[in-house]
Design a protein around this ligand. Sequence first.
Ligand SMILES: Cc1ncc(COP(=O)(O)O)c(C=O)c1O
Length: 410
Amino acid sequence: MSENTSLLNRARTLDAEDPLAGYRARFEGHDDPDIVAYLDGNSLGRPLTDTLQRLESFVREQWAGRLIRGWDEGWLGLPEQVGDLIGRVAIGAAAGQCTVADSTSVLLYKLARAAVAARPDRTEIVIDRDNFPTDRFIMEGIAAERGLQLRWVDLQYDGGATAAEVAAVVGPQTALVVLSHVAYRSGHLADIPAITAVVHDAGALVLWDLSHSVGSVPAELDQWNVDYATGCSYKYLNGGPGAPAWAYVAQRHLADFQQPIQGWLGSADPFGMGSDYEPAPGIRRLVSGTPPIIGMLAMQDMLALIGEVGMPAVRAKSIALTSFAIEAVEELMSGTGVVVSSPRDPQERGSHITIDHPAFRDLVPELWAKGVIPDYRNPAGIRLGLSPLSTSFEETYLGILQIAESLPRS
Ligand SMILES: Cc1ncc(COP(=O)(O)O)c(C=O)c1O
């Protein structure tokens, strides 16, 4: 590879001056020589070394040691305990409003069904056409099930939802608006407080998908007056493959919150084995069945680390990384036809950027084979996901250099 010495030196200087640089060594595999650049922590975060110990000790001491007694000794309370921890360290939610439960897809369904039930006289769900497929598909399903209309919003390819665009489509028929905090492709960061206010002015409710922001961009859900939110925990919360998602229901909605999958563990008295369903009084009513305890282990280590570092420092590193990545793309890929399809203003983007080129679809398997691991998103994008606590500037440089070198040149 033909190195760009000045950019490499700049990456090394940024690493040397980075107050969070030392945290990278706490992640398992950070020194794996076969991984040149891991640029997909926005899809699947790396495991912390602490997690090895936690998983082993759980199996030995808790599962094998406590057996069925473990449920009474703490496992049953774990979804709310971890939910409160997420609320405290990552999303600005006071205790009692968050729980860990199903996949993000299932939680989107439960929250949206509860939201439309809370606006029975209204007929529309607003969602953007560029939202993540599961968000769109689930809202389509709910619209069909409940006889509602979907109102689609078209957004800029390299941007995302703005308050003005949302204001133009919400009205007296809007029951619910479903949007992403950070857009999965462009990385656009939506202004949650401004958009939430617009939705509320129309008398509607809002459900935010924080999958691509939680753990990398601070949120203040209570302060921003959000109604409902959910997000993945295997991305920047490093919960591991298939780790369960979390959901937030604002305190003011809990008493009337009606979710559609009424299971025994969300009922008021699960072990009463009663004849009729009565929902649990708090956030536990969002739960349906047995909580995925093993899936909730790894995220606790990342949440502890985020708590130690603090979200403002995480965000500052994230901005520095995405800014450096754009600089490197511009320098190393000029004249190749590569386009940056993410906001240029760092205040308007999350922790990943997308670059587009028609050759990228075929290039990504080749890059993976060389240990450079971003991901591909249609129609022509490579996403560079920069996980603030586990990604270095040098790694970012090496990955972008490899992509540049692999591009066909005329
Ligand atoms: C923005 C967004 N929402 C929802 C999901 C779906 O999450 P799950 O597969 O856990 O249901 C994803 C998955 O990547 C996502 O990126």
